[in-house]
Design a protein around this ligand. Structure first.
Ligand SMILES: Cc1ncc(COP(=O)(O)O)c(C=O)c1O
Ligand SMILES: N[C@@H](CCOP(=O)(O)O)C(=O)O
Length: 465
């Protein structure tokens, strides 16, 4: 399997190098040159497989021989054995033909664990083989951070630096990151927002000289292709558990950086029958406006009760646009330049194609809380605010009531007490492994929103000067 950059001006890479690359050298994102496609018969033959075995079927072609089959299979077994539910990604029914795919059964209680528990193992395997040590720099609006640290903390081959927006993640999210012990783990609270943190990550990739050629820089955000790859699996799993591929499903995805829903789009392109994909956003609704009005216009970032989706610049939208623009890297590079600095209208035929599959809806804080309350009153099921946005968008955008609607349950409600309390409900107890979270000692640096500060901190920490 070969990978190419969305901006058409970076070397083609194999899986091992794409795993280690982060951003492409031309500033683009890596995507598979060709996607594996499956017939309905093949997909049907995967019915009943345990999660890790299904993951092996789907992930193996993307890895393309870079890791021996038995090693990959063992890695996948170990990854998903650590989840708190035997089904790994169970479906909860909240109405007739309406489901929540619970992606929060992993150690940090958010969907990020699906990819980051695996990414930590993949990176360790490859770095040990190469006898290399890497620096990870990541940005989080709350969930990627703890999942990445949890996934990588055992590796002797990485130092991991995670930036979060100061005072803009929930208390549980912050403590989940900042209380993880490890000599190789460094948390930074940036006086800025998630976009600022993500911009600094990308700037570090564009200027790696600060690591003096002595360390490789690796990404744990969804700019890293391996993140998307691992997230494709649960779309197949959910569908197969609801009668797929002989029955279509509709999917509503709480969306911020567009990584999760992009994985769903790829699952569909690989052969999974999908009726519609719903981009569910909070007040940071640039993607909803882009899809519904064909107008890509940046508004200032708003702080909401669904902080993990407080994102304006959605990195993975570029991967979808690459397809929309006929996989023309040069055209996309100039489009991305324009999207940086001006309001953009996309190619009309391309947008029409996007709308064949995608719908979108934006949900404000008030409606988010109303939805949490309504679903709780109707069913006793407690949604976290991100999932509630997905459920609301699903109900607004549903095209066909006979097609099962699955909302991706992206986080556990225990992480978002403020929203749950504003909905007039009680936050549940932390799960057993986090019961003493509030007593654990925190460790993080507060830092101005300045690239040089970040780079100096990394250099001082890694090289000691
Ligand atoms: C709980 C939660 N829901 C939804 C999202 C949005 O996912 P994506 O960024 O892949 O669009 C995130 C963050 O990424 C998240 O942490
Ligand atoms: N919502 C994320 C933001 C980072 O997105 P990623 O999927 O690119 O890592 C978070 O919670 O950190």
């Amino acid at each position: 399997m070969k990978y190419i950059s969305t901006r058409g001006n970076a070397p083609e890479l194999d899986f091992e190098n794409v795993l280690l690359a982060g951003l492409a050298t031309d500033g683009g994102l890596y995507v598979p040159k060709e996607l594996p496609e499956y017939s309905l018969d093949e997909i049907r033959s995967w019915r009943g497989l345990p999660y890790s075995e299904l993951a092996f079927k789907i992930i193996k072609p993307f890895v393309g021989g870079a890791i021996e089959d038995d090693v990959l299979a063992k890695m996948l077994d170990e990854t998903y054995a650590g989840f708190g539910h035997k089904a790994v990604a169970p479906l909860a029914q909240i109405d007739s033909s309406e489901y929540v795919l619970e992606l929060f059964q992993g150690p940090t209680l958010a969907f990020k664990d699906f990819a980051l528990q695996l990414l930590g193992r993949l990176l360790d395997h490859v770095l040990v083989k190469r006898n290399e040590r890497a620096v990870i720099i990541g940005a989080t609006s709350g969930d990627t951070g703890s999942a990445a640290i949890e996934g990588c903390k055992h590796s002797d081959h990485v130092d991991i630096f995670i930036m979060h927006p100061h005072n803009r993640v929930s208390e549980v999210q912050r403590k989940q990151m900042t209380t993880i012990k490890g000599d190789n783990v460094f948390n930074i609270a940036v006086e800025g927002n998630f976009d600022d943190c993500q911009r600094m990550v990308k700037a570090c990739f564009a200027d790696q000289d600060f690591l003096r050629g002595e360390r490789r820089l690796v990404a744990v955000n969804s700019i890293n292709w391996a993140r998307i790859m691992a997230q494709i699996v649960y779309y197949f799993y959910a569908s197969l558990n609801l009668g797929g591929p002989d029955r279509e499903v509709a999917l509503s995805v709480p969306t911020g950086n567009f990584g999760d829903i992009f994985a769903g789009y790829l699952a569909h392109k690989m052969g999974l029958p999908v009726k519609q994909l719903i981009v569910a956003t909070n007040k940071n609704d640039i993607l909803h406006r882009a899809i519904s009005q064909n107008k890509y216009e940046k508004h200032p970032l708003a702080h909401t009760l669904s902080p993990s989706m407080d994102i304006v610049v959605s990195s993975n939208f570029e991967r979808l646009l690459f397809d929309v623009y006929g996989r023309d890297g040069a055209a996309l590079a100039s489009l991305m330049d324009r999207m940086n600095s001006e309001t953009v209208e996309f190619d009309k035929d391309g947008m029409a194609k996007v709308r064949e599959m995608f719908d979108s809806h934006a949900v404000n804080d008030e409606v988010t809380c109303e939805t949490i309350k309504q679903v709780y009153d109707e069913t006793g099921y407690l949604l976290d605010p991100h999932t509630a946005i997905g459920v609301k968008a699903a109900r607004e955008c549903r095209r066909d009531a006979t097609v099962p609607m699955i909302t991706l349950g992206t986080a556990h409600p225990v992480k978002f007490a403020e929203a749950i309390e504003k909905a007039g409900l009680e936050t549940p107890q932390l799960p057993h492994h986090l019961l003493d979270l509030f007593e654990r000692e925190e460790r993080y640096e507060v830092m101005e929103n300045e690239l040089s500060n970040l780079q100096n901190f990394v250099v001082k920490t890694v090289f000691g000067d």
